[in-house]
Design a binder for this molecule. Structure first.
Ligand code: MG
Length: 404
């Protein structure tokens, strides 16, 4: 087979992620693709896997129009590199088939028409890069290619009364998965033709291509590429994800900033009115600095000063969000997750308690983890020492991360 593209990027491949379903068979109210597995929405894991395997490809997600906020929540979990090719989502239709057609037409209207399109279920986050590569190369060779796994159960065809009418030979059967990959023109025309014919209930894109008279080739699927549907699937997915991150590490951080002139302090990304400010090269967010150092500590990857030297004028007055965001990014770049952060603020004043939940929410947002993985506590030092004398604020933090 010839090299698909002149370089290692996939600029002529587009990925359509189908996530418009309302399926809540997994319980808990939210559509399943937006529910968390180990603190991350399923759809964000799916997008990450595809974006990492196909650098340079454009990714378009088809969502239900009511789910725009949920989609933005997923986007917040992606790294800048992973969101690079991610297009604004489009609204799906009533059936899966109509949703895919809406996505294909949006891609066709987006300027540069891709050579190939991979159509993937939003609820299959464990798609491996090997299978994505197989989908690309098989579709380049045959025009239409889908993954299929061997069937181990004997399959029966039954009639409306439940009587068996056929027993197909098992060795000729395949259970099919996604990504299903096609020459873009081929699948767009097939979908358009089916819509014109009033056919809207085909359950996968291969069926649309078959209906339109195209040969579709099956390449080996991966049993691990499961579609997360039931509560049991969620449990299995969580165990699998956590099992793949067995290297659990804890880091600690500590920071102090002195009071100086000012009318507010920044603590954990929240501005708290006070009769002093904190002195520092950046915004002097003592809690955020301690948590950032705790994450660097867990990674055994230097400290905030080595990554952001105070001698560098570009960090003067900087919002400390960028330090924390960077540390979280370093965890993700290692394929890991932040399991928990815990910070303690030591000062007599200002009172932190009333701001605790706002601080937790802001830190969770920056770290892209759920709020129940962020703890913030405050204490005085009983008027002892520099914090007791009101000369400054100290903060301590720990971070627990999981790495592959
Ligand atoms: Mg500091």
């Amino acid at each position: 087979m010839t090299e698909p593209f002149p370089d290692t990027s996939y600029q002529t491949v587009a990925v359509l992620i189908v996530a418009a379903g309302r399926g809540s068979r997994a319980g808990a109210g939210l559509p399943k693709q937006y529910r968390d597995v180990a603190g991350r929405p399923v759809l964000s894991m799916t997008i990450s896997a595809l974006a990492q395997a196909l650098p340079g490809a454009r990714l378009l997600t088809v969502i239900h129009p009511d789910d725009r906020d949920l989609f933005e929540g997923c986007r917040a979990h992606l790294s800048p590199a992973e969101s690079l090719g991610l297009l604004a989502p489009v609204a799906g239709g009533e059936s899966r088939q109509q949703s895919v057609l809406a996505g294909l037409e949006a891609l066709a209207a987006s300027g540069s028409v891709p050579e190939l399109v991979l159509i993937h279920d939003g609820a299959r986050p464990f798609v491996g890069s090997d299978m994505i590569q197989s989908a690309v190369s098989t579709a380049l060779e045959y025009g239409a290619a889908i993954p299929g796994t061997l069937v181990t159960d004997t399959i029966k065809e039954i009639n409306a009364t439940g009587r068996i009418i056929a027993t197909p030979a098992r060795e000729r059967l395949r259970a099919v998965q996604t990504p299903q990959a096609f020459r873009f023109d081929l699948i767009l025309r097939a979908h358009q033709k089916a819509a014109v014919a009033g056919i809207f209930d085909l359950t996968d894109d291969a069926a649309v291509a078959e209906w339109a008279g195209h040969d579709v080739h099956v390449f080996p699927g991966d049993p691990a590429n499961m579609k997360i549907t039931t509560p049991e699937d969620f449990q299995r997915a969580e165990q699998r994800l956590l099992g793949s991150l067995p290297d659990i590490r804890m880091g600690q951080g500590f920071d102090v900033h002195a009071f100086g002139p000012g009318e507010h302090v920044w603590l954990g990304g929240v501005m708290i009115p006070h009769n002093h400010g904190l002195v520092g090269h950046s915004d002097a967010d003592v809690l955020m600095h301690a948590i950032t150092d705790a994450i660097f500590g867990a990674l055994a990857d230097g400290d905030i000063g080595s990554h952001f030297p105070p001698s560098d004028p570009q960090w003067k007055g900087a919002a400390s969000d960028i330090f924390l965001l960077y540390a979280a990014e370093r965890v993700r770049a290692r394929g890991g997750m932040i399991a928990h952060v815990d910070g303690t603020i030591v000062c007599e004043r200002p009172k932190v308690g009333p701001h605790r939940d706002a601080i937790r929410a802001r830190l969770a947002e920056i770290l892209s983890i759920s709020i129940d993985r962020v703890a913030v506590k405050a204490t005085t030092s009983e008027q002892l020492g520099f914090t007791g004398r009101g000369e400054g604020i100290a903060a301590l933090a720990t971070a627990t991360i999981r790495l592959p």
